[in-house]
Design a binder for this molecule. Structure first.
Ligand code: ATP
Ligand code: MG
Length: 361
């Protein structure tokens, strides 16, 4: 047991994470090498796809869906992509997941221009929640055990205390100590969750920060890792191992759990990218046979960035008239690679194979 810690008392003595010597055990380093290799392959495969915008739109939406599901905000892949460009008619859960995607994108841009800091965390949480989020100032926040509902952990209290701990967290993520960036990400994720700076949204904010830490460290070029799926599929372990760091100083178990997730989800994301790439090739082949216009390369990009496509989007992106856009899209419907549906007075064209591929676990 960690001396001085009680699950029902705010943990104002939360220590900073240990240094590299203590965290990087032999077992951890071995798994870090595997995680890094899998990440490198993911990064390569993302760079090799002809149109990166396809991935930058789709993968963060899947990440958003899985990460929000941990909080029981359940939306379908179908609803998510249907409302991706305009959420005016989306249900609340879909809107919330779409905000997660926006937060990830904005966070990525922010980190690229100004680096990763506490203010990014606040901005990310604010975007996720859809209203301004400040550091917690009121007492009483508790983390429950998801299966029994009992109090499992009480985060620190007092805005000053929290701000001080976040400043330490920020120093930790930028320390020049040679720690492996994935090991650092795992340790920083625990630390962020244990500080629990906000009244809500800490899990999702922390999971976005994970990806941003990897892009900031130069390990990933784009925020394309779909890691939250691992956390949701292993939610009991996720909660159990976070708590075990606090209660028993079990850093190694936690770090190894995260490294395994990074390796696994990198491999799965790489496979998804390869599948998207080969679907793009099949699609282009069929489109060429359908009509010359349907093979327009800009049109192909649009249909993979937006599996739910509007006529107006094609007009704008391909700079064609409405009749031309309709003619191209209809040709693709006639050869079976698009399905059209009517929503109100509007026609929507669905790249159904892509949607099915994205939704597949
Ligand atoms: N024992 C623990 N110690 C520290 N952090 C924990 C512990 N158990 C769970 N957590 C973290 O707290 C998060 C939940 O906090 P909160 O409800 O503020 O976040 P959320 O984003 O709204 O929810 P969720 O993470 O469920 O989507 C969990 O996702 C996990 O990251
Ligand atoms: Mg919550």
């Amino acid at each position: 047991m960690t001396a001085g810690w009680r699950r029902d008392v705010p943990y104002n003595e939360l220590p900073t994470p240990p240094d590299a010597d203590r965290l990087e055990t032999r077992a951890v380093l071995k798994e870090a090498v595997e995680a890094r290799a899998a990440l490198a392959r993911l990064d390569e495969s993302a760079a090799s796809i002809p149109n990166a915008a396809v991935l930058i739109n789709a993968i963060p939406l899947l990440e958003a869906q899985a990460s929000s599901e941990i909080e029981n905000i359940v939306t379908t892949t179908d609803a998510l992509f249907r409302h991706a460009e305009d959420d005016a008619h989306a249900d609340p859960a879909t809107k919330e997941a779409l905000r997660y995607r926006s937060a990830l994108r904005a966070g990525f841009d922010h980190v690229r221009s100004r680096g990763l800091s506490t203010s990014v965390a606040m901005e990310v949480c604010t975007t996720i929640k859809g209203h301004h989020m400040d550091l917690r100032s009121l007492p009483g926040t508790r983390i429950g055990n998801p299966s029994t509902g009992e109090v499992a952990y009480s985060p620190p209290e007092g805005q000053e205390v929290i701000a001080g701990m976040l400043a330490d967290w920020e120093r930790f993520i930028h320390a020049d100590d040679g720690m492996d960036p994935v090991v650092r990400m795992a340790a920083a994720h625990y630390q962020f969750e244990a500080i629990h700076p906000f009244t809500d949204g800490n899990g999702r904010t922390g999971r976005i920060l994970n990806i941003l830490m990897l892009t900031d460290a130069g390990v990933l070029g784009q925020p394309l890792l779909y890691l939250s799926r691992y956390f949701i599929e292993t939610k009991a372990d996720y909660y159990r191992l976070l708590l075990k760091v606090t209660a028993e100083n079990a850093w190694e178990d936690w770090i190894r759990y995260v490294l395994k997730g990074v390796a696994q989800s990198s491999i799965q994301t790489t496979t998804k990218i390869a599948d998207i790439k080969s679907l793009q090739e099949r699609f282009a082949h069929t489109a060429r046979a359908a009509s010359r216009g349907s093979a327009d390369s800009e049109l192909q990009s649009v249909l993979f960035e937006q599996p739910y496509c509007r006529i107006s989007t094609v007009m704008a992106r391909c700079e064609v008239s409405r009749p031309t856009a309709v003619k191209w899209l209809d040709a693709l419907v006639s050869v079976g690679v698009l399905t059209d549906i009517k929503v109100g007075r509007e026609r929507l064209f669905i790249n159904h194979d892509l949607l099915e591929l994205l939704a597949r676990r």
